[in-house]
Design a protein around this ligand. Sequence first.
Ligand code: NAD
Length: 247
Amino acid sequence: MRIAEELGLRVSPRLRVVALTGAGISLESGVPIFRGEGSMWEIPEARRLASRAGPPWNTRGTWEYYEWRRGLVSRCKPNPAHYALAEMEEYFEDFCLITQNVDGLHSRAGSRRVLELHGSMWRGRCLECGRVIELPETPLKALPPLCACGRPLRPDVVQFGEPIDPAVLSSALAACRSAELFLVVGTSAVVYPAAQMPLIAIESGARAVEINPNPTPLTPFMSLSIRGRAAESLPRLWKELLSSASA
Ligand code: NAD
């Protein structure tokens, strides 16, 4: 049976679709994940640098760690899973991409509207005046980089225990409540509030599909679980949905 049929969905540009992505979608691009096999903590340099990063996050130590990560990501390219989501945004009239990733690979793949729950490693934020500044170049000329007001910037990344930008969060939650199809790709689903989002969508009536080589706490709630790698499974799912589309 076709997947759309199995899910009880009629695929058309009017279907309301939300995708939530996590570090797993970028693993095949070469960006290490946070937990499990292929994690950043298997790299001694990452462990050493991360141990010197910390509050107030506008320090040289923090930026040395982020410059290491930014340098790594700058050498990576988006993979077919990132591109599939960019194509979905073009096709569906009401499509929302929510990511926990801070690597910017969705935008590099052509996604135009990305709700970055945890911010971006390609921006800095001033603790003093609140300015947010794009920092696309790596390596940076000075560590820490400075704000226009002269104070050191911190990475515009939400650290554990910090609140998510309320505007980003409320847009994401509104999309979850109106989704008809919810895709969960490459997240261990242990970081909140992201982990709650698929459940909110399911409670509101969405059909949910997970793509992950490993089971997660969300797996029992899914309409369909695809045990596979994002770069292979997501384009395949997208092709399959498109082939059952009605005009
Ligand atoms: P996580 O590291 O906790 O979990 C990664 C998940 O990806 C796991 O469930 C794993 O089974 C799955 N996975 C592994 N290979 C995969 C593949 N090829 N295809 C699909 N899935 C695969 O990541 P998380 O749930 O996103 O939470 C980690 C937190 O760390 C997030 O808050 C995020 O901001 C941050 N983080 C971001 C990046 C990034 O920007 N690329 C990288 C590491 C961590």
